[in-house]
Design a protein around this ligand. Structure first.
Ligand SMILES: Cc1cc2nc3c(=O)[nH]c(=O)nc-3n(C[C@H](O)[C@H](O)[C@H](O)COP(=O)(O)OP(=O)(O)OC[C@H]3O[C@@H](n4cnc5c(N)ncnc54)[C@H](O)[C@@H]3O)c2cc1C
Length: 417
């Protein structure tokens, strides 16, 4: 309900975790909400992620600026990042802004905004999980970053201690023996781990979105199939064509994740958006991990999912529609197979998705500057699954016109002019 006590007709476009949570939050507040997507909810990026609710990710993922990393990336020798030359050239202006935003003083500023929002990641998911009856999909066992070399573990532990001091995020330092006892499936000795204790994970991210969407429709919300390209201004409001006919609303929310770039450009917005692609594959009949695990020196995550052990890769800079090149997945598979009995792959073709990224590393949440009744909620990068519910609450506060529950200025679309 808006601050003046009225309810609104709102059309949310895009039913990933971000759009579905926004639609649910708005419906919970008494608005009449239609959620539109070209597919059923939760089948794109929100399907294929590692499923970690990253309460520890108080500092957004900066572009590594060390010469060692840049050289390794240029030579294709780091598993963290892979690039297509065409994708690199096309995204060059955004990547340059990302590089600048990653300078230590700018990154510190961005981290202040990011930490304030991510502080609500687990509590806002919890509220929705309770209402959706979906707690069985969640594990509250943290996220483990494992290290192979003592030197890098030492550096990581120092950084973890700083994060704990500055942001109050709890972690446990593990040596090699403790890690081996916690993960008996590991067949080579590792140096140890940083175990972040406040992070959660889910066994099926897509199913979580589906459950939130089901709650949304149970509350009276309407889900319809339709193409975002049909959205247009009509009088004082918005219209779109769906398989069930025309939908009209006074407000429209764009939650198109990695497809927000071309869509908002068509409406006249110049936002520094780009994508970091990533792959996954599941494995069965092998070992698994007790806790989601980032093999920090090899740049991939393993997490236990309903379909098997899921391996997700780091960033590939490429056009969203470019031919898949799952080189990082092949490297990750080889590294994981050295660490544990990997089992048999489930999919013959790996899944490919795209993290929706913004050059300053923060999502874009708030009122669009050029159109009345248009709102943005996209660009959640590496932590969209984490931030879906917390962003939804912020967006709904802004639409309702009250004081936002956390500072909105750092997320405003207007920060790009
Ligand atoms: C490999 C990998 C691992 C990740 N791991 C994690 C993790 O562990 N934790 C975490 O928090 N985040 C993680 N992420 C990031 C996270 O998955 C994303 O930030 C998040 O899913 C983005 O959600 P979204 O709703 O914005 O986008 P999406 O889920 O992509 O939703 C966008 C929706 O828009 C719809 N759409 C697009 N075009 C149109 C159109 N023309 N008409 C109608 N509908 C349209 C799509 O069908 C889609 O449903 C990971 C990402 C990747 C790739």
């Amino acid at each position: 309900m808006a601050a003046d006590g009225t309810s609104k007709d709102i059309l949310v476009i895009g039913a990933g975790i971000v759009g579905t949570c926004a639609a649910l939050e708005l419906a919970l507040r008494g608005h009449r909400v239609t959620l539109m997507d070209r597919r059923l909810p939760g089948l794109e990026t929100s399907y294929g992620n590692a499923g970690v609710i990253q309460r520890e990710a108080v500092e957004p993922y900066a572009m590594p600026r060390s010469l060692r990393f840049l050289l390794a990336a240029a030579l294709g020798r780091t598993p963290d990042v892979h690039y297509h030359v065409a994708g690199l050239l096309a995204a060059w202006p955004q990547l340059w802004q990302y590089w600048r935003a990653s300078a230590p003083h700018r990154h510190r500023q961005a981290s202040g905004d990011y930490a304030a929002l991510i502080a609500h990641a687990t509590s806002e998911h919890q509220r929705m999980l309770d209402l959706a009856g979906a707690n069985a999909l969640v594990q509250r066992q943290g996220l483990r970053l494992v290290y192979r070399s003592a030197g890098l573990l030492d550096e990581a532990l120092k950084d973890a201690a700083r994060i704990e001091r500055e942001y109050g995020i709890a972690f446990r330092a593990m040596d090699g023996a403790q890690l081996q006892a916690a993960e008996p499936g590991f067949r080579i000795p590792l140096a140890g781990a940083v175990h972040w204790l406040d992070s959660w994970s889910v066994s099926d991210p897509s199913l979580v979105v589906e459950r939130y969407a089901r709650l949304f429709t149970a509350l009276g919300g309407r889900f319809v199939l339709g193409n975002a390209g049909s959205l247009r201004q009509a009088g004082a409001g918005w219209q779109a064509d769906t398989v069930e006919g025309r939908v009209e609303a006074s407000q429209a929310v764009v939650a198109l994740g990695p497809w927000a770039g071309p869509f908002t450009r068509r409406l006249g917005y110049r936002l520094p958006l780009f994508v970091k692609r990533g792959y996954h594959r599941h494995y069965v009949n092998g070992a698994t991990v007790a806790v989601p695990t980032l093999d920090a020196e090899r740049g991939y995550v393993m997490s236990a999912q309903k379909k098997g052990l899921r391996i997700t890769t780091g960033a590939e800079i490429a056009d969203i529609d470019a031919t898949p090149t799952p080189r990082q997945l092949a490297l990750a598979e080889a590294a994981a197979a050295g660490l544990l009995a990997l089992g048999e792959p489930v999919e013959s073709t790996p899944w490919l998705g795209s993290r929706p990224c913004v050059a300053d590393m923060k999502p874009i949440i708030g009122k669009a500057g050029r159109h009345d009744g248009l709102w943005f909620n996209f660009g959640h990068g590496h932590q969209g699954f984490t931030l879906g519910p917390a962003s939804a609450r912020l967006l709904a506060d802004l639409i309702d016109g009250g004081t936002p529950y956390t500072d909105a200025a750092g997320y405003a679309p207007g920060r790009f002019g």
